[in-house]
Structures are given as C-alpha cells and as structure tokens.
Design a protein around this ligand. Structure first.
Ligand code: PEP
Ligand code: MG
Length: 880
C-alpha cells in the first residue's frame, strides 16, 4: 500500500477521482495543482491510514513514518525551507479531510513548525517580528486547543490581560513584545494544564497533529454528525500537510472563503468574504468583520476585494471560471494572498440551499456547462421539500423586532429555546421550536436538527449556524447583532422588547428579519426554474406520480404540484367530520342491518358530494377510492355523552349501547375487524360507498361531459375469495346506478396488497382484480410484525444501534418487504401482463423507495401532495 500522496510543485500523485482515498480536500488540492492552479506544495496521508489505525489498536502502518519523511523532504525542496531550521524554517498547515466535509472533526492547525528557535528564523525571513510572534502565539493557541485539548478561554484570558496591560482594545494594537509575552504566558499555561511543556520539536508537533486528526474521527461530535448524515465510520479521514502561505504578512496579504455563485439564491455572482492581513480562521471567527468579494455586493463603508486588491481579484475571477469549467459545478473555495500572490487552499462542490441548487442546475444546463439529464441528477429530491415550504405572507401585518443576515431561506415559527438539548426535548414532544443562540458550534447540531429555525446574534454568512442550517434546510437568521441573548435569564432582548423562553417568534430566513409572535405564511411559488426542472424530469420519468388525497384542498394542492391523479382516497377520513361522525357511530352501533342502512342513507349524500368534488378537480385523471378500511373500534363512542347521543339516534337505552360498545371493542384492532372484512360482514357499507362513487361519477360526467375513471380499491385483502365477494358488491351497485341514471361508464376494481398472504398469492388475486396498489405501511407492519402505532417507542433505539439502517416505515425495507412486493408484482403480472401496479404507502414519497419501485416496474407511485414534486424528480432520477 501507498500511504502518502504528494501534490503541488509539479508532482501530483492524486486527483479528484481519488476522493475516497485522499478525502475531498486532498483529492481536490491535487486536482487543482494538476490543472495549473497555484497550490502550495504538500501531501495527503490517506483515509486508509485512518482505517488501519483503528483496525490495529491505534497504531500506524510501519511504512508511514518513512513515507511522511520523504514527502516532507519534497516540500522542503520545493519551497527552499527546512522543517525546524533556525534560519529558514518550513511551516506547514495540518488539516483533516474526509470524503465529505464534516464539521465536528478537528479542522486545522496552522503555522506548525514554530518553536522558540524557529520563530527567530521567521522574524529574520519576514523582517517582521510582530508577524512572527503573532504567528507563534496563533500556533500555540490552535495546537493547544485542538491537539492538546486546552479550553480556548484560557488563551483568550491571557490575550485580554495582555491588552489590559498594554492599554489597548484591539488585538492588532499589540506589539511584537506584547505577543512575545503572550507566547510565554501561553506556554506556562499549557504546561500547567497538560502537565507537560509545549512541544518544541517540530516532528513531535507534526505527529501530534496527525494523531489529533485521526483521533477526532471518533470524537462525539463527529460520531453524531455521521449518524445524522448517514456517513459510515469505515470511511475514515485523510490528513493534509501543506506548506504555509501567509495572508497576515501585511496590507498586500489577505485570506478569504467564497463561492463561485451565491449559495443562498444560486445567483451567478462571485460571493464570499475576505479579510486583508489575516489568517484563515479570522474570516470565520467573527472577531473582525469580513468584507465582500465583489464591488457589486459592497455596502457603504465596506471595502470589496475587487476594489482593494484588483490584481489578485482578477486572478481569482479567472480561477473561478477555470474551476467551474473543470468541475461543472459551483465551487466553495479558500484562498490566501501573500504579498499580492494568489494561492488556492481548497475547492469543493459548494453546499447550497435547495433554491440555489435548483437555480444553479438549471442555469448551468442553459449555459451548456452540464446537460439537462445532469441537471436533473444534481438536485436532491428530498431537498426540494424546502422549496415547497411556506414563506411569510407579504400582506400580513408585522413589525420586525430585529434584523440579521438572511442565512438560510424559508420562514419558521416556534417557541424560543436557548439550548440544543431543550430544542431536542421540546421538539420530541411535538412542539415547533426556534433555537436562539449567541452562536452555534458543532455541539449544537442535534438541537439545530430538531428546531424549525435557528437564530444567532453573532457570526456571518459562513458562520457555523449559517452553513449547517443551509445544509439541513432549516431557515436561519444569523448575526442579528441588535438582539442580546441572556442564557442565564432565559430571555432575549430585541427591539426594546424582552422575549422569554417559551414565547413564540417568527423568522424569515430569506430577509433576515425576526418577528415577535406568529406571522401568517403562504404557499410557495412553483414557477420559473422549478417548473423548468420539473418539465425536464417529466420528460425522462417512466412512472406516473399520483397523490394520496381525500379533501378538495389536498386534491387542489396535489394538482398544483403536478399529481397525475389520486392513488389513494381514504374514505374513512371523510367519516370523522363532526357533521358525519354521529351517523357513522349510529351505523356501527346498530344491531340490525336495517339500523345500519338507515344510518348509511344519512351518509350517502355526504360521500357523494365528496366524490363529485374530487372528480371535478381530477378531471380526466384516474381517482383511486378505497372503501372503508379502519377497524370499527376506531369509531366507537367514548364517554357517557357520546354513548347517550348514539343511543337516542338509534332509539335504544345507554346501557344497551355500552354493552354493544364493549362487544365491538377489540384487543388488537389493526388485525381485527377492518378492511374488506367489514365489507364482507356488513355488505351494506360497501354498497353505500359504491353507490356514492358511481352516482358522483355519473353526475360529474353529465355535468362536465368528461367521464371520470373511478378505480375502486378493496383494502386488506388476504385471499382471492375476499376480492371476489367485495367486487361482486361493487359490480352489482354499478349496474343498478347505471340503469337508474341511464349512463354507463368505465371503472376498475382492484385491491391493495398489504398482507404477506396477498403478496404470495398475487397470481390468484390478480385474476379477480384490475389493479394492485401496494399498501406498504401495513405490509411493513405485517412483514416485520411491528406495530405501526407502537413501534415509535423503540425504533429509534434500533436505528441508533444500527439494527435497522433506516426506519422501515419511512424507507422501504428492500430485502424483506421489497422482496414481497417484487414477488407480488411478478406473480400478478404472470397471469395478467397488463395488471396496473402502484404504491400508496408512505414510501411512495421517499426517494430511495421510489428508486426501488422503478426497479420493480411499478406503473405509478402515490404520495402526500407536498411530496409530489419530490416524487416526480426522484422517479426521473430512478429512470436514468
Ligand atoms: C398502507 O397500508 O400502506 C396504506 C396505504 O393504507 P393505510 O396507511 O391507510 O393503512
Ligand atoms: Mg393499509
């Protein structure tokens, strides 16, 4: 095995395709160097070293030491400096770099190689004692906190004292002598805290930093981050060691972080922040205010890089074009300018909001940088969700109490919480929370995940809160400096008001505004780039996308999102309406068929009305209506009042009713008297529903001239006989209604496949039905023997322990449930080659499950209205 790969100075052993081995940072440094961009020379220790290190009881491969020494010698030769040399010391940076960027791991140690001796060499080489001693103290500070684990406050205290002693306010006012004293103070403090002197040997420093990078792979924050983002521990991290360049050697030096396009909106503008005379971490640390890149984005009082350093800026603009042409994607870059010379320190595909991802994909396809198919693949279907979420109603009355940076778009409303733990706890109880922090750190990730929105009072567009919120799709207002947060008092002050924990606030992540109370929201706009991408997706998609909808509102939303029909109308949802529930209870509590029919006659007009509305909205599109499914148990009256009401509607006494309710009550209702078992024991229920459907269909046909195609679906079928019996009921009613209304229309009768027996005997069942729709909610429940209603209590534990990779109710279990779906599809089609197949369980809106549905050859997926665009895009990606 080769453990170390060099880059820069004309010798690039890696490239972008070796991301798994070299990590994202290392692979791209090699790639940038190989396309001629200015990259300081360095080397990457591979991710395989990390894996080997953990596999072998935290020991490095034997050859590593030699390979590192050789690679270091190559840097020395290229730069002309030597590691640990008194006169011309080589300084390096050490950075972690996994396959995907992972906040939570050790990030960076700069200026490594400095000690009491080499600092003198840096003084001589730079001719700037202040710069040299400042660099040394920065090194001790970074190394001390990230490698030796010294609390960073301990360093800050020493600087504060130094500033007080010197009578100055800003770090920049401290002199070389002051920094010299700070260094002495740091060394004493580190020795006291760690019990050992600060390492002076550059080799010991280097190996200490390398060890810290590998150690950080298993720290709690990294482990949490991997869990949330589904990153396997086996990937490991690489370590990048690179010759230092200095952005803090004077006014002709700078450092910056930027994006080749705006990561919030996707706009094609060079976007980011830089600081003159500063070193990497200063830009994100928030001590000095970073300045904008382009003059077009500079506000009064700001000095853009374009204006301040025109030559370096022009060079960077050229690099930007080269990178986008080369990578065919928006890049997130880090650079340093040392004495007017530009160096590239990092490039990677930039994280972006869903809105930006959409705009960039569509724009790049139009610019010819990528093709339409590539554009379709670029957008994460799950992220589309963010675009489909509400924004604040512009007409709503509101007064902002504060304004920060529009760090991550979307609007959010919830109760104020001040800690990540509190956010998680209250969200677990179903509350909407807004996490309010002075700033966030990787320790807060779980709370940010749980929150509906994030508010910080400090930090810029590249602050931790902003970057993480954008990645998670949480609305975020960052750096709202006029707000003061008081953790101890559990309150914040904004615009002269005190808002306490538990009070409601609203954030607008698109404008950066913060409002007290609740501001009404409106539905998103689905035109422009969104419509374009959907059009492209629709061209390549094979499966149809329908919606699960029963109300006119849901059906309208579904249509607006592009649903091609209804795949599941759960008629029982129409039964719970307060106007109807009385009649429903009267029906199930009746002891005779006559009693039931009387109650059903009351329900008929309601149902018919519902169906007319759905047919009108879905004009010309298929509408699958499922006959009554849930256990009667769910409709039982509770308490004296409800029982008395039903008793009086049936003309019996409450005692009799109480007895009847006890009779109907079930121990295990989900496996009890439900689904087609109801239709078979009480055929009058399905008769009424079939009548309502057919009358509504004929009425709609007569009214609009376009006949709907009802697809009537029988739930919870286990045997062919059940489908035959219920189908006969439907067919009989159809003939009756057609004769009465003198109108014939085409309809279909099919079944849900949601029991293992139905899947296994699908060839028999298919003979009796026109279509199958996989009810993978119940199928998952019955295949796993896992109660849909009770599994929540322990599923999370299973997922945390890795027993289940994902919640099987969210993403289909391909191995088990999927195998039954595949068997049912094959057996069904073996007797009816054109049998229509769809899915209507929750999985119909999950991109991974949709991929599976494509592989089985289903004709359509059906999902909740808001997920329809997600499904359209996922179905397109699955077809590619
Ligand atoms: C299913 O079981 O997957 C299904 C769609 O039906 P329900 O969720 O109504 O049981
Ligand atoms: Mg079901």
């Amino acid at each position: 095995s080769k453990w170390v790969y060099g880059f820069g100075a004309g010798r690039n052993e890696g490239n972008a395709s070796l991301r798994d081995l070299l990590g994202g940072k290392g692979a791209n440094l090699a790639e940038m160097a190989s396309i001629g961009l200015p990259v300081p020379p360095g080397f990457t220790i591979t991710t395989e070293v990390c894996t080997a290190y953990y596999d072998n009881g935290q020991k490095y491969p034997a050859e590593l030491q030699g390979e590192v020494a050789e690679a270091l010698a190559r840097i020395e030769a290229a730069v002309g400096n030597k590691f640990g040399d008194h006169h011309k010391p080589l300084l390096v940076s050490v950075r972690s770099g996994a396959r995907v960027s992972m906040p939570g791991m050790m990030d960076t140690v700069l200026n490594l190689g400095l000690n009491d001796d080499t600092v003198e060499g840096l003084v001589a080489a730079s001719g700037d004692a202040r710069f040299a001693w400042d660099s040394y103290r920065r090194f001790i500070q970074m190394y001390g906190s990230v490698v030796l684990g010294v609390d960073h406050h301990r360093f800050e205290e020493i600087i504060e004292h130094a500033k007080m002693d010197a009578g100055v306010v800003e770090d920049t006012d401290l002199t070389a002598q002051d920094w010299h004293r700070v260094v002495a103070g740091y060394k004493d403090m580190v020795a006291e805290v760690t019990g050992a002197p600060f390492p002076q040997d550059p080799q010991a420093q280097l190996w200490g930093a390398i060890g810290a990078v590998f150690g950080s792979w298993m720290n709690q924050r990294a482990v949490t981050y991997r869990r949330i983002h589904d990153i396997p521990a086996a990937w490991g991290t690489a370590v990048n060691v690179q010759a230092m360049v200095f952005g803090n050697m004077g006014e002709d030096c700078a450092t910056g972080v930027c994006f080749t396009r705006d990561p919030s909106t996707g706009e094609d503008i060079f976007y980011g922040e830089y600081l003159i005379n500063a070193q990497g971490e200063d830009v994100v640390a928030g001590i000095r205010t970073p300045q904008p890149m382009s003059e077009a984005r500079a506000k009064p009082g700001e000095r853009s890089m374009e204006a301040a350093m025109p030559a370096a800026y022009a060079e960077l603009v050229a690099v930007r074009a080269t990178l986008e042409k080369h990578y065919h994607d928006m890049q997130d870059i880090e650079f340093t300018v040392q004495q007017n010379k530009l160096y590239m320190l990092q490039t990677r595909n930039g994280k972006r909001t869903a809105a930006a991802s959409l705009k960039i994909a569509v724009d790049m396809a139009r610019e010819g940088l990528i093709g339409e198919v590539e554009a379709i693949q670029r957008v994460n279907p799950a992220a589309l969700d963010q675009l489909l979420h509400p924004t604040l109603d512009p007409k709503a009355k509101r007064t902002a109490v504060a304004k920060g940076l529009p760090a991550s778009p979307g609007a959010a409303c919830g109760v104020i919480v001040f800690s990540a733990d509190e956010a998680e706890a209250r969200a677990a109880k179903g509350e909407s929370v807004i996490l309010c922090r002075i700033e966030t750190s990787p320790e807060d990730i779980h709370g940010m995940h749980a929150a509906k929105g994030i508010l910080t009072t400090r930090g810029g567009m590249t602050s931790h809160a902003a970057v993480v919120a954008r990645g998670m799709g949480r609305p975020c207002v960052a750096g709202a400096g006029s707000i003061t947060v008081d953790y101890a008092a559990q309150a914040l002050t904004a615009g002269g008001r005190i808002l306490r924990a538990g009070e409601t606030i609203t954030l607008d992540g698109a404008t950066g505004e913060v409002f007290a109370g609740t501001v009404p929201m409106i539905e998103p706009q689905l035109s422009g780039d969104f419509a374009t991408l959907m059009e492209w997706a629709d061209k390549v998609r094979r499966m149809k996308v329908r919606a699960n909808a029963e109300t006119p509102l849901d059906a309208d939303t579904a249509r607006k999102f592009g649903a091609e029909g209804i795949g599941l109308c759960r008629t029982e949802h129409m039964f719970f309406d307060p106007e109807r529930i009385g009649a429903v209870r009267q029906m199930i509590m009746a002891e005779t068929e006559h009693g039931r029919r009387t109650a059903l006659a009351r329900l008929l007009p309601f149902q018919r009305d519902d169906f007319v509305k759905l047919f009108r909205i879905m004009a010309g599109l298929p509408v699958t209506i499922r006959l009554l499914d849930p256990p009667l148990h769910e409709f039982l009256p509770h308490g004296e009042h409800e029982i008395a009401q039903v008793a009086s509607s049936l003309g019996t006494d409450p005692e009799a009713m109480t007895r009847r309710a006890a009779e109907l009550s079930e121990a295990n209702p989900m496996l009890g008297h439900r689904g087609c078992r109801l239709g078979i024991t009480y055929p009058e229920i399905y008769e009424m529903q079939a009548r309502a459907i057919f009358e509504a269909a004929v009425m709609t046909a007569q009214e609009t001239g376009a006949a709907p195609v009802p697809e009537i679906m029988i739930p919870l079928v286990a045997t062919r006989r059940e489908l035959e019996i219920t189908r006969a009921i439907v067919d009989k009613i159809a003939q009756e209604v057609f004769a009465e209304m003198n109108y014939h229309l085409v309809y279909q009768v099919g079944t849900m496949i949601e029991l293992p027996r139905a899947a296994l005997t699908a060839d028999h069942i298919a003979e009796a039905g026109d279509f199958f729709s996989f009810g993978t909610n119940d199928l998952t429940q019955t295949v796993f023997g896992l109660s849909r209603d009770d599994a929540g209590k322990f599923l999370q534990f299973y997922i945390e322990k890795g027993i289940f990779a994902k919640d099987p109710f969210v993403s289909i279990d391909v191995e088990g449930v999927g195998a039954l779906v595949r068997i049912a599809a094959e057996r069904g089609r073996s007797v009816k080659p054109d049998l229509k197949l769809g899915i209507c369980g929750e999985h119909g809106g999950d991109p991974a499950s949709i991929q599976f549905c494509e592989s089985v050859g289903l004709d359509y997926v059906s999902c909740s209205p808001y997920r329809v665009p997600v499904a359209r895009l996922a179905a397109a990606q699955a077809a590619l």
